[in-house]
Design a protein around this ligand. Structure first.
Ligand code: ASP
Length: 343
Protein backbone atom coordinates (compact mmCIF):
# COMPACT_ATOMS: atom_id res chain seq x y z
CA UNK A 1 0.00 0.00 0.00
CA UNK A 2 1.26 3.50 -0.85
CA UNK A 3 0.95 5.26 2.51
CA UNK A 4 0.83 8.78 1.08
CA UNK A 5 -2.40 7.99 -0.78
CA UNK A 6 -5.95 7.85 0.54
CA UNK A 7 -7.20 4.31 1.22
CA UNK A 8 -10.65 3.31 0.04
CA UNK A 9 -12.50 0.09 0.78
CA UNK A 10 -14.98 -1.07 -1.89
CA UNK A 11 -17.70 -3.30 -0.45
CA UNK A 12 -19.55 -5.29 -3.12
CA UNK A 13 -22.99 -6.60 -2.20
CA UNK A 14 -24.44 -7.26 -5.67
CA UNK A 15 -27.00 -5.39 -7.81
CA UNK A 16 -27.26 -4.68 -11.53
CA UNK A 17 -23.81 -3.08 -11.61
CA UNK A 18 -22.18 -6.53 -11.44
CA UNK A 19 -24.89 -8.59 -13.13
CA UNK A 20 -24.76 -10.70 -16.28
CA UNK A 21 -27.52 -12.26 -18.38
CA UNK A 22 -28.42 -15.83 -17.58
CA UNK A 23 -27.76 -17.89 -20.71
CA UNK A 24 -31.00 -19.85 -20.55
CA UNK A 25 -33.58 -17.44 -19.15
CA UNK A 26 -32.16 -14.10 -20.27
CA UNK A 27 -32.79 -12.69 -16.74
CA UNK A 28 -30.12 -10.58 -15.01
CA UNK A 29 -28.41 -12.23 -12.04
CA UNK A 30 -25.60 -11.18 -9.69
CA UNK A 31 -22.06 -12.11 -10.71
CA UNK A 32 -18.68 -12.16 -8.99
CA UNK A 33 -16.67 -9.08 -8.11
CA UNK A 34 -13.57 -9.90 -10.13
CA UNK A 35 -15.53 -9.76 -13.40
CA UNK A 36 -16.90 -6.42 -12.36
CA UNK A 37 -13.46 -4.92 -11.68
CA UNK A 38 -12.05 -6.37 -14.93
CA UNK A 39 -14.62 -4.23 -16.74
CA UNK A 40 -13.25 -0.95 -15.37
CA UNK A 41 -9.51 -0.73 -16.02
CA UNK A 42 -9.86 3.04 -15.38
CA UNK A 43 -10.01 2.27 -11.66
CA UNK A 44 -6.23 1.78 -11.66
CA UNK A 45 -5.80 5.40 -12.78
CA UNK A 46 -7.43 6.81 -9.65
CA UNK A 47 -5.12 8.53 -7.18
CA UNK A 48 -5.95 6.29 -4.21
CA UNK A 49 -5.36 2.78 -2.92
CA UNK A 50 -8.41 0.58 -3.39
CA UNK A 51 -9.04 -2.61 -1.51
CA UNK A 52 -12.12 -4.76 -1.98
CA UNK A 53 -14.38 -7.09 -0.01
CA UNK A 54 -17.43 -8.85 -1.34
CA UNK A 55 -20.51 -10.60 -0.02
CA UNK A 56 -19.86 -14.35 -0.36
CA UNK A 57 -22.99 -14.56 -2.51
CA UNK A 58 -23.66 -11.20 -4.21
CA UNK A 59 -27.41 -10.53 -4.25
CA UNK A 60 -30.10 -8.62 -6.06
CA UNK A 61 -30.94 -5.90 -3.54
CA UNK A 62 -34.56 -7.10 -3.39
CA UNK A 63 -33.14 -9.83 -1.15
CA UNK A 64 -31.51 -7.37 1.29
CA UNK A 65 -32.67 -7.61 4.88
CA UNK A 66 -31.55 -6.35 8.31
CA UNK A 67 -28.99 -9.19 8.56
CA UNK A 68 -27.38 -8.01 5.32
CA UNK A 69 -27.30 -4.45 6.72
CA UNK A 70 -25.40 -5.80 9.73
CA UNK A 71 -22.94 -7.55 7.38
CA UNK A 72 -22.18 -4.24 5.65
CA UNK A 73 -21.82 -2.48 9.02
CA UNK A 74 -19.41 -5.18 10.18
CA UNK A 75 -17.19 -4.72 7.12
CA UNK A 76 -17.02 -1.00 7.91
CA UNK A 77 -16.41 -1.61 11.62
CA UNK A 78 -13.60 -4.12 11.01
CA UNK A 79 -11.86 -1.78 8.58
CA UNK A 80 -12.73 1.60 10.08
CA UNK A 81 -9.22 2.53 11.21
CA UNK A 82 -7.43 1.13 8.14
CA UNK A 83 -9.42 3.08 5.53
CA UNK A 84 -10.21 6.74 4.88
CA UNK A 85 -13.48 6.09 3.08
CA UNK A 86 -15.92 3.36 2.05
CA UNK A 87 -17.84 2.79 -1.18
CA UNK A 88 -20.69 0.27 -1.07
CA UNK A 89 -21.82 -1.24 -4.38
CA UNK A 90 -25.49 -2.13 -4.02
CA UNK A 91 -28.55 -2.75 -6.19
CA UNK A 92 -30.60 0.37 -6.69
CA UNK A 93 -33.98 -1.18 -5.77
CA UNK A 94 -33.43 -1.09 -2.00
CA UNK A 95 -30.34 1.10 -1.85
CA UNK A 96 -32.18 3.92 -0.05
CA UNK A 97 -33.45 1.47 2.59
CA UNK A 98 -30.00 -0.01 3.29
CA UNK A 99 -28.16 3.31 3.19
CA UNK A 100 -30.76 4.95 5.47
CA UNK A 101 -30.53 2.09 7.97
CA UNK A 102 -26.73 2.26 7.91
CA UNK A 103 -26.87 5.99 8.69
CA UNK A 104 -28.51 5.11 12.03
CA UNK A 105 -26.36 2.04 12.70
CA UNK A 106 -23.09 3.99 12.27
CA UNK A 107 -23.15 6.52 15.11
CA UNK A 108 -20.56 9.33 15.21
CA UNK A 109 -19.29 8.35 11.77
CA UNK A 110 -16.24 10.47 10.92
CA UNK A 111 -15.60 9.11 7.41
CA UNK A 112 -17.51 8.89 4.12
CA UNK A 113 -19.66 5.85 3.34
CA UNK A 114 -20.87 6.26 -0.26
CA UNK A 115 -23.52 3.92 -1.67
CA UNK A 116 -23.72 3.53 -5.43
CA UNK A 117 -24.84 1.13 -8.16
CA UNK A 118 -26.22 1.44 -11.66
CA UNK A 119 -29.24 0.96 -13.91
CA UNK A 120 -27.26 -1.00 -16.52
CA UNK A 121 -24.61 -3.68 -15.85
CA UNK A 122 -20.99 -2.57 -16.04
CA UNK A 123 -20.41 -4.75 -19.11
CA UNK A 124 -23.16 -2.99 -21.09
CA UNK A 125 -21.95 -0.55 -23.76
CA UNK A 126 -24.24 2.24 -22.53
CA UNK A 127 -23.63 1.58 -18.86
CA UNK A 128 -23.98 4.27 -16.20
CA UNK A 129 -21.90 2.12 -13.84
CA UNK A 130 -18.47 3.51 -14.65
CA UNK A 131 -19.27 7.14 -13.92
CA UNK A 132 -21.19 6.22 -10.77
CA UNK A 133 -18.39 4.06 -9.42
CA UNK A 134 -15.46 6.29 -10.38
CA UNK A 135 -17.03 9.49 -9.00
CA UNK A 136 -18.15 7.69 -5.83
CA UNK A 137 -14.54 6.68 -5.21
CA UNK A 138 -13.41 10.25 -5.87
CA UNK A 139 -16.02 11.62 -3.48
CA UNK A 140 -14.99 9.13 -0.78
CA UNK A 141 -11.34 10.17 -1.31
CA UNK A 142 -11.88 13.91 -0.83
CA UNK A 143 -9.71 15.28 1.96
CA UNK A 144 -9.14 18.70 3.47
CA UNK A 145 -6.08 19.20 5.70
CA UNK A 146 -5.64 15.44 5.91
CA UNK A 147 -9.22 14.80 7.07
CA UNK A 148 -12.23 13.43 5.10
CA UNK A 149 -14.49 16.14 3.69
CA UNK A 150 -17.60 13.94 3.90
CA UNK A 151 -18.46 12.40 7.24
CA UNK A 152 -21.82 10.74 6.69
CA UNK A 153 -23.61 7.98 4.79
CA UNK A 154 -24.48 9.25 1.32
CA UNK A 155 -25.69 7.96 -2.02
CA UNK A 156 -24.14 8.86 -5.39
CA UNK A 157 -26.10 8.32 -8.61
CA UNK A 158 -26.11 10.04 -12.00
CA UNK A 159 -23.99 13.10 -11.21
CA UNK A 160 -25.49 13.78 -7.79
CA UNK A 161 -24.43 13.07 -4.24
CA UNK A 162 -27.27 12.93 -1.74
CA UNK A 163 -27.61 12.44 2.02
CA UNK A 164 -28.58 8.75 1.97
CA UNK A 165 -31.38 8.95 4.51
CA UNK A 166 -33.11 11.65 2.42
CA UNK A 167 -33.27 9.59 -0.78
CA UNK A 168 -35.94 7.55 -2.53
CA UNK A 169 -35.73 5.50 -5.71
CA UNK A 170 -38.24 7.11 -8.03
CA UNK A 171 -37.42 5.83 -11.48
CA UNK A 172 -36.81 2.33 -12.83
CA UNK A 173 -36.03 3.61 -16.32
CA UNK A 174 -34.01 6.83 -16.21
CA UNK A 175 -30.36 6.90 -15.25
CA UNK A 176 -31.40 9.51 -12.70
CA UNK A 177 -33.10 6.93 -10.47
CA UNK A 178 -32.98 8.75 -7.13
CA UNK A 179 -34.25 11.98 -5.67
CA UNK A 180 -33.99 13.86 -2.41
CA UNK A 181 -37.04 16.10 -2.20
CA UNK A 182 -36.66 17.43 1.31
CA UNK A 183 -32.91 18.09 1.45
CA UNK A 184 -30.33 19.77 -0.75
CA UNK A 185 -27.96 17.72 -2.91
CA UNK A 186 -24.59 17.37 -1.17
CA UNK A 187 -22.59 17.58 -4.40
CA UNK A 188 -22.96 17.79 -8.16
CA UNK A 189 -20.58 16.31 -10.66
CA UNK A 190 -20.04 18.37 -13.80
CA UNK A 191 -16.81 19.55 -15.32
CA UNK A 192 -15.90 20.16 -11.69
CA UNK A 193 -17.03 18.29 -8.61
CA UNK A 194 -19.05 20.93 -6.75
CA UNK A 195 -19.43 20.16 -3.05
CA UNK A 196 -22.22 22.02 -1.26
CA UNK A 197 -20.21 22.27 1.96
CA UNK A 198 -22.90 24.10 3.94
CA UNK A 199 -25.24 21.08 3.65
CA UNK A 200 -22.76 18.40 4.72
CA UNK A 201 -23.44 16.66 8.02
CA UNK A 202 -21.22 17.80 10.87
CA UNK A 203 -20.87 14.96 13.39
CA UNK A 204 -19.50 15.48 16.88
CA UNK A 205 -16.03 14.05 16.31
CA UNK A 206 -15.15 14.04 20.00
CA UNK A 207 -17.57 11.15 20.42
CA UNK A 208 -16.49 7.56 19.81
CA UNK A 209 -17.58 5.77 16.61
CA UNK A 210 -20.19 3.15 17.58
CA UNK A 211 -21.70 0.46 15.35
CA UNK A 212 -25.23 -0.59 16.37
CA UNK A 213 -26.17 -4.08 15.24
CA UNK A 214 -29.38 -4.69 17.14
CA UNK A 215 -32.35 -4.04 14.89
CA UNK A 216 -35.93 -5.02 15.65
CA UNK A 217 -38.04 -5.61 12.59
CA UNK A 218 -41.33 -6.40 14.31
CA UNK A 219 -42.95 -3.48 12.59
CA UNK A 220 -45.62 -2.85 9.96
CA UNK A 221 -46.13 -0.23 7.30
CA UNK A 222 -49.27 0.62 5.39
CA UNK A 223 -50.60 3.36 3.19
CA UNK A 224 -54.09 4.76 3.72
CA UNK A 225 -56.38 4.90 0.71
CA UNK A 226 -60.01 5.89 0.18
CA UNK A 227 -62.07 2.83 1.06
CA UNK A 228 -59.55 1.19 3.41
CA UNK A 229 -61.40 -1.35 5.54
CA UNK A 230 -61.56 -1.92 9.27
CA UNK A 231 -60.80 -5.62 8.75
CA UNK A 232 -57.54 -4.79 6.98
CA UNK A 233 -56.39 -2.39 9.72
CA UNK A 234 -57.42 -4.92 12.42
CA UNK A 235 -55.38 -7.63 10.71
CA UNK A 236 -52.26 -5.45 10.75
CA UNK A 237 -52.62 -4.65 14.44
CA UNK A 238 -53.16 -8.29 15.32
CA UNK A 239 -49.72 -9.25 13.98
CA UNK A 240 -47.74 -11.28 16.54
CA UNK A 241 -44.99 -9.40 18.41
CA UNK A 242 -45.87 -6.13 16.70
CA UNK A 243 -43.99 -3.18 18.27
CA UNK A 244 -44.68 -0.28 15.93
CA UNK A 245 -46.64 0.75 12.84
CA UNK A 246 -45.78 3.39 10.24
CA UNK A 247 -48.81 4.89 8.49
CA UNK A 248 -48.37 6.68 5.19
CA UNK A 249 -51.12 9.29 5.35
CA UNK A 250 -52.30 11.89 2.84
CA UNK A 251 -50.69 15.30 2.31
CA UNK A 252 -49.60 16.98 5.51
CA UNK A 253 -50.42 13.92 7.65
CA UNK A 254 -54.19 13.64 7.18
CA UNK A 255 -56.44 10.59 7.17
CA UNK A 256 -59.97 9.41 7.74
CA UNK A 257 -61.65 10.54 10.95
CA UNK A 258 -63.99 7.52 11.02
CA UNK A 259 -64.45 6.50 14.68
CA UNK A 260 -63.43 2.83 14.11
CA UNK A 261 -60.06 3.95 12.70
CA UNK A 262 -59.25 6.26 15.61
CA UNK A 263 -60.46 3.66 18.10
CA UNK A 264 -58.06 1.01 16.77
CA UNK A 265 -55.14 3.46 16.92
CA UNK A 266 -56.04 4.68 20.43
CA UNK A 267 -56.36 1.13 21.76
CA UNK A 268 -52.99 0.11 20.31
CA UNK A 269 -51.15 3.21 21.54
CA UNK A 270 -52.43 2.46 25.05
CA UNK A 271 -51.03 -1.08 24.66
CA UNK A 272 -47.58 0.42 23.98
CA UNK A 273 -47.51 0.12 20.17
CA UNK A 274 -45.70 3.10 18.61
CA UNK A 275 -47.62 4.63 15.70
CA UNK A 276 -45.78 6.91 13.31
CA UNK A 277 -47.40 9.28 10.83
CA UNK A 278 -45.46 9.90 7.61
CA UNK A 279 -46.76 11.34 4.36
CA UNK A 280 -47.40 9.55 1.06
CA UNK A 281 -46.13 12.68 -0.71
CA UNK A 282 -42.50 12.60 -1.82
CA UNK A 283 -41.97 16.20 -0.77
CA UNK A 284 -43.18 18.20 2.22
CA UNK A 285 -43.92 17.34 5.81
CA UNK A 286 -46.48 15.95 8.24
CA UNK A 287 -48.02 18.77 10.29
CA UNK A 288 -50.51 17.16 12.64
CA UNK A 289 -53.16 19.64 13.74
CA UNK A 290 -52.90 21.73 10.57
CA UNK A 291 -56.15 20.17 9.29
CA UNK A 292 -59.01 18.78 11.32
CA UNK A 293 -58.31 15.39 9.67
CA UNK A 294 -55.03 15.10 11.59
CA UNK A 295 -55.91 16.79 14.90
CA UNK A 296 -57.23 13.57 16.46
CA UNK A 297 -54.02 11.72 15.58
CA UNK A 298 -52.02 14.35 17.44
CA UNK A 299 -54.34 14.17 20.44
CA UNK A 300 -54.07 10.39 20.85
CA UNK A 301 -50.24 10.50 20.79
CA UNK A 302 -49.34 9.48 17.22
CA UNK A 303 -45.65 10.23 16.51
CA UNK A 304 -44.88 12.71 13.73
CA UNK A 305 -42.37 11.53 11.14
CA UNK A 306 -42.27 15.14 9.87
CA UNK A 307 -40.53 15.14 6.44
CA UNK A 308 -38.80 11.76 6.80
CA UNK A 309 -38.78 9.34 3.83
CA UNK A 310 -40.45 5.93 4.16
CA UNK A 311 -37.02 4.31 3.80
CA UNK A 312 -35.49 6.34 6.64
CA UNK A 313 -38.64 5.95 8.78
CA UNK A 314 -38.18 2.16 8.62
CA UNK A 315 -34.43 2.24 9.35
CA UNK A 316 -34.86 4.66 12.24
CA UNK A 317 -37.67 2.60 13.72
CA UNK A 318 -35.79 -0.73 13.58
CA UNK A 319 -32.71 0.97 15.04
CA UNK A 320 -34.61 2.68 17.88
CA UNK A 321 -36.59 -0.46 18.75
CA UNK A 322 -33.26 -2.26 19.09
CA UNK A 323 -32.06 0.32 21.64
CA UNK A 324 -34.48 -0.33 24.53
CA UNK A 325 -35.62 3.28 24.63
CA UNK A 326 -38.15 3.97 27.38
CA UNK A 327 -41.78 4.39 26.31
CA UNK A 328 -41.94 8.07 27.32
CA UNK A 329 -38.68 8.96 25.50
CA UNK A 330 -39.54 7.15 22.28
CA UNK A 331 -41.81 9.81 20.77
CA UNK A 332 -39.45 12.70 21.54
CA UNK A 333 -36.47 10.82 20.16
CA UNK A 334 -38.26 9.71 16.98
CA UNK A 335 -39.32 13.30 16.31
CA UNK A 336 -35.72 14.54 16.78
CA UNK A 337 -33.21 14.35 13.90
CA UNK A 338 -30.55 11.78 14.82
CA UNK A 339 -28.53 11.80 11.55
CA UNK A 340 -30.00 14.70 9.59
CA UNK A 341 -32.89 12.54 8.39
CA UNK A 342 -35.61 15.08 9.14
CA UNK A 343 -35.87 18.85 9.26
N1 ASP B 1 -32.79 -5.44 -9.15
C1 ASP B 1 -31.55 -4.71 -9.07
C2 ASP B 1 -31.14 -4.64 -7.61
O1 ASP B 1 -31.66 -3.83 -6.87
C3 ASP B 1 -31.70 -3.35 -9.65
C4 ASP B 1 -30.45 -2.50 -9.64
O2 ASP B 1 -29.40 -2.86 -9.17
O3 ASP B 1 -30.52 -1.37 -10.18
O4 ASP B 1 -30.28 -5.38 -7.19
Amino acid sequence: MNTSKVNILLIYTGGTIGMVKDFETGALKAFDFKTLLDNIPEIKLLDCNIDTVSFKEPIDSSNMNPESWVQIAEHIEANYLKFDGFVVLHGSDTMSYTASALSFMLENLGKPVVFTGSQLPIGDLRTDAKENLITSIQVASLQSKGKPVIKEVCLYFEYKLYRANRTTKLNAEDFQAFSSFNYHDLAESGVHLKINTEYLYKPNLRKRFVVHKKLDHNIALFKVFPGITEAFIQSIFSTNNLKAVIIETYGAGNCTTEPWFLEILTKNISKGIHIINITQCVGGSVMMGHYETSSALKKIGVISGKDITTEAAIGKLMFMLGQNISANMFKTMYETPLRGELS
